[in-house]
Design a protein around this ligand. Structure first.
Ligand code: MN
Length: 213
């Protein structure tokens, strides 16, 4: 049998200092993994899980501002990358872009979050670094040079190993899966034209500018 059409290519992430690439399978996300962010959202500090499609990954310096929102928020997060055996083989810096207005509407209706979280280009990710993820160190985000988020990886309620254990109870984690591991306090809105700089101590940084409207 032949395909009706060519399948979309698998999204791939660059590896820092390595010519190979990381093919993306799924994107799992954890919410409320930093107590100070859970508090600013008026939520209990009890981690929850959601997903974004693999094709929401975007690399490069330009990220389109999505439609249907007037309140796009940044959330800087350490991204864990899984290899065979669901082992963490690399990590990097990502931003969980969120249409906060739509997410809030869905929360109010007790409905799923996809329209707030799983849109095209909602997952900017920088190059991954092979090896175990850092356990402590600064996790920061600035917009147009102004500091917005400043936390430490050690604040994670579920650190990477426990996060894998928790997710594994519900999902058959596999090679190619990415895990967005949650964001510290300071999430806020960005606008077209804004430049976002996200950094995690010991990992490659991520910089992008929001384009269009
Ligand atoms: Mn998030």
């Amino acid at each position: 049998m032949t395909d009706l059409f060519a399948p979309r290519p698998t999204p791939r992430l660059a590896l820092d200092g390595d010519s190979r690439s990381f093919p993306v399978n799924r994107i799992f996300c954890i919410g409320r993994n930093y107590a100070d962010h859970a508090a600013e959202m008026g939520a209990a500090a009890e981690p929850i899980f959601f997903m974004k499609p693999a094709h929401s990954v975007i690399t490069g310096a330009a990220v389109p501002y999505p439609p249907q929102t007037a309140d796009l928020h940044h959330e800087v997060e350490m991204v864990l990358a899984l290899g065979p055996g669901a082992e963490i083989i690399a990590s990097g810096t990502g931003v969980d872009l969120t249409r906060r207005d739509l997410q809030a509407q869905m929360k109010e209706k007790r409905a799923p979050w996809e329209i707030g979280k799983a849109f095209t280009a909602s997952a900017p990710v920088g190059p991954l670094r092979l090896g175990p993820p850092p356990k402590t160190g600064a996790i920061t985000l600035s917009v147009n040079g102004e500091s917005r988020q400043s936390g430490d990886l050690k604040q994670m309620i579920l650190p990477p190993a426990e996060l894998i254990d928790a997710l594994s109870r519900y999902f058959d984690l596999a090679e190619g899966d990415l895990i967005f591991s949650g964001t510290p306090a300071g999430v806020a809105a960005v606008s077209p034209g804004d430049t976002v700089e996200a950094g995690i101590a010991g990992l490659p940084s991520l910089t992008f500018t929001l384009t269009g409207a």
